[in-house]
Design a protein. Structure first.
Lengths: 226, 265, 275
């Protein structure tokens, strides 16, 4: 533990950068995936394109994507924007299916009722579909958050200054403690993010405090396998 | 664009496939290694996780464990796991084997959650009425598992394995940084030499490998998705049915029946 | 003969599904348990093949306590038809019907042959043999369910609201079919329903149940109609609303004799006396 005390500044700085590198893709991924999920439910062929595209992108392993992006974006290989773009792609790929399913699971009679009392497409989305899909979207967001935070560290291989640095450096110096501290810090970020998302959900969806068994099982599915 | 053309030229250069080339060549050997690591880890992980997942799905005991375990494992940084295991294993195993042993252990650990969840979710997705009917016609618990639950959950079981395979292929690339062979060595040597052709060529190879293997498993999944079994992809398990169907239609009778089923077990 | 002796079933949460229930179900007859949800009728049915074990009391089949029998072997000798059909969705119709014989080790070709004969028995075309359950209509699926229950030629047939999920017309058709079938095979049948008209249509012995599996009245349909035991039974069979009290009313314009209920609503016409 004395290593941690001596190097606290370094660990704190890496943790901070790690969190920033995670939060951008998580937010961007959500913002992009929800409209895509909505579009996917417009027609059968749109759905197969959007969902198929998502699972195609998800198939691409992380390190290869990190090293290919510089050639496409024209960035330097060590540029952290590569990591942000790559992780955003994964976040969208993971989130889009959940978003499509969550919106499709909004009870049809609620949608119909709101249409019949004169909601426009836009108001209906914000006042009915989005809030009712909320719990499932939230579950999907939690999955995306945990995976993104875990993946950021791979960026250390191409020189990004995040907690992954403690892994590569610890391995070079044959110093296990440093690696374990990195893993611990990474878990800590994931935990804080997860709690933040859950609390955000409580604030935004107070009616969801008492969960119905049905929505609970959907949420468990969303958290289940990817 | 030029970079990509160069990379493809490098990939198509027969010289890179001549046996006895200097590592990471010849390419086909690296592909073979990569597939071998993937196969070994997923096989070991399946042997551990499938029986456990099927057991949990069949009995309903330990569901909370699966959910928390898969959730936690998702947050585990793969790079950190690899490096930590490399140091731990390296302390006891000769250096030449440490990379392999540490990598396989890490890959097995990473493959377990998806396979476990696939097995569990698969069995869980089988209509309890169908299971009840099997029991009522005189099937033993083992027959119920083998003749009803496993056949009906095969698509989800394979989908769990698919997710595990993707995870393993991706992580095996990173394992080249603890001196494992496979396609990762093409990329890492490229980065080391600042050789664009190798970096890109290696990346393209890995992506192609992942797509081909995943496509193959997707095909397999489609083949076993027989009539009557639930839609194949994991997140869709019972989606609509659970959200409106059973909740709205079934009131008393199903509850009554469920209680019977439980009281029997 | 099936006999319930002081049978009680209490669930872990303390509620009683059935309390101190005793009854004899005669062989080769159709006994119908009828009552609303929570009356314990399904629980009673499922105690016969040990899908539910009583907390106390005995269930005897031909004098033998089922508690002493291996549940798996017992269930293979008793046919069971469920409301949800319980057909295995991944097996073809013929394979579904052949399920129990196959479990009992009957060779595949022989089991299939018997399955085809059973399709005839329940009035289904043999061409359905190689379809999957979801390709059949609800009524057809129920017939397959009956065929499957008959496949091991059981003496006892348990039917748990088998026609509950089909539309009223098909339901009547299936009831007629069941009566015809029972005329041929003459099994000891136990049938659960919450529909009193269905009970009257098929039963030799009707058992009307209150909540908690308490018997309100046992008797043939005619006995129950003629002498309802109490207000509960009267309400249950609809006698209190005059639905069962019918009168004759002659129409002057065409001379037809109408049958009307207590409120004057037509229920049918008077036909010629038979024989």
């Amino acid at each position: 533990m004395s290593w941690l005390v001596d190097n606290f500044d370094l660990v704190a700085r890496l943790t901070g950068n790690h969190a920033i590198l995670s939060v951008i893709p998580i937010v961007l991924g959500f913002v992009i995936a929800v409209p895509l999920g909505w579009i996917a439910n417009r027609s059968h062929s749109l759905r197969s394109w959007v969902i198929g595209g998502g699972s195609f992108l998800y198939t691409i392993p992380s390190l290869p994507l990190f090293v290919i992006l510089p050639y496409i974006l024209g960035t330097r290989i060590t540029d952290e924007r590569n990591i942000i773009v790559a992780l955003t792609i994964y976040a969208v790929a993971m989130m889009v299916r959940t978003a499509a399913d969550a919106l499709a699971a909004v009870p049809a009679d609620a949608v119909e009722a709101s249409t019949s009392i004169g909601y426009s497409l836009w108001t209906r989305f914000w006042l009915v579909e989005f809030p009712l899909a909320g719990p499932v979207l939230l579950a999907g967001l939690r999955v995306v958050s945990a995976s993104t935070i875990a993946l950021v560290s791979v960026g250390a291989i191409i020189g990004s200054a995040n907690l992954g640095y403690l892994f590569t450096n610890g391995k070079q110096r044959d110093f296990l403690e440093e690696i374990l501290i990195g893993i611990g810090a990474s878990f800590l970020i994931a935990l804080v993010f997860d709690i933040a998302i859950v609390l955000l959900g409580r604030v935004l969806m107070p009616w969801n405090l008492r969960k119905s068994p049905a929505s609970k099982s959907i949420r468990q599915n969303a958290v289940g396998v990817y | 664009m030029q970079f990509f053309l160069d990379a493809f030229r490098w990939l198509l250069d027969p010289a890179n496939y001549v046996a006895g080339g200097i590592s990471p060549l010849p390419i086909q050997d690296r592909i073979g290694e990569h597939l071998w690591y993937t196969f070994v880890s997923v096989a070991i992980a399946s042997m551990i996780a499938l029986p456990l997942g099927l057991f949990i799905g069949h009995t309903g005991r330990g569901r909370q464990f699966v959910i928390s375990f898969t959730g936690m494992m998702r947050a585990l940084p793969t790079l950190g796991l690899l490096m930590a295991l490399f140091l731990i294993i390296g302390a006891t195993v000769p250096f030449t084997q440490a990379a392999f042993v540490a990598s396989i252990i890490a890959l097995v650990i990473l493959a377990i959650p998806s396979i476990l969840a696939g097995g569990y979710a698969g069995v869980e997705s089988v209509d309890p009425q169908t299971v009840d009917a099997g029991r009522a016609m005189g099937m033993t618990e083992m027959q119920i598992l083998l003749r009803i639950e496993i056949p009906l959950s095969l698509p989800l079981i394979i989908s769990g394995i698919r997710a595990a395979v993707l995870q393993v292929i991706a992580t095996a690339v990173i394992a080249s940084y603890i001196s494992l062979g496979g396609l990762g060595t093409v990329i890492s040597s490229g980065i080391g030499l600042n050789d664009n052709e190798r970096i890109l060529g290696g990346a393209i190879l890995v992506i192609a490998l992942a797509l081909v293997v995943d496509g193959f498993l997707a095909l397999l999944q489609r083949l076993v998705t027989r009539r009557g079994s639930k839609e194949a992809r994991p997140q869709n398990i019972d989606f609509r049915r659970r959200s409106f169907g059973s909740a709205a239609v079934a009131e008393e009778p199903v509850n009554e029946r469920k209680r019977h089923v439980q009281s029997k077990k | 003969m099936i006999e319930f002796q002081n049978v009680t079933k209490q669930f872990p949460d303390g509620t009683f599904a059935v309390k101190d229930f005793s009854l004899v179900l005669p062989s080769h007859k159709v006994t119908v348990f009828v009552g609303s949800s929570g009356a314990g009728k399904t629980t009673l049915l499922r105690m016969i093949n040990r899908m539910v074990n009583p907390t106390s009391g005995k269930v005897l089949i031909d004098g033998e306590d089922v508690a002493g029998l291996n549940p798996v072997a017992l269930r293979r000798k008793i046919g069971y038809v469920l409301q949800a059909t319980g057909l295995l969705p991944h097996r073809k119709i013929a394979d579904n019907i052949a399920s129990v014989p196959r479990l009992n080790g009957v060779p595949k070709s022989k089991a299939r042959e018997e399955a085809l004969i059973l399709l005839d028995t329940v009035g289904l075309d043999r061409s359905l043999a190689d379809r999957y359950p979801d390709q059949l209509s609800g009524g057809q699926q129920q017939r397959v369910g009956v065929a499957r229950a008959l496949a091991s030629d059981p003496n006892i047939l348990l039917m748990d609201e088998p026609f509950g999920a089909v539309d009223p017309i098909v339901r009547l058709e299936l009831q007629d079919e069941l009566n015809r079938l029972q005329g041929e095979i003459s099994k000891t049948m136990v049938f659960v329903t919450h529909n009193i008209d269905e009970a009257f249509a098929i039963a030799d012995q009707v058992v009307i149940l209150r909540a908690g599996g308490e018997i309100a009245q046992v008797g043939s349909p005619a006995e129950i109609l003629a002498n309802p035991a109490d207000d509960f039974v009267e309400t249950f069979i609809g006698a209190d609303k005059g639905k069962r009290t019918l009168h004759l009313q002659r129409r002057e314009e065409d001379g037809v004799t109408l049958i009307v209920d207590a409120e004057g609503r037509p229920a049918g016409i008077l036909g010629e006396d038979k024989g």
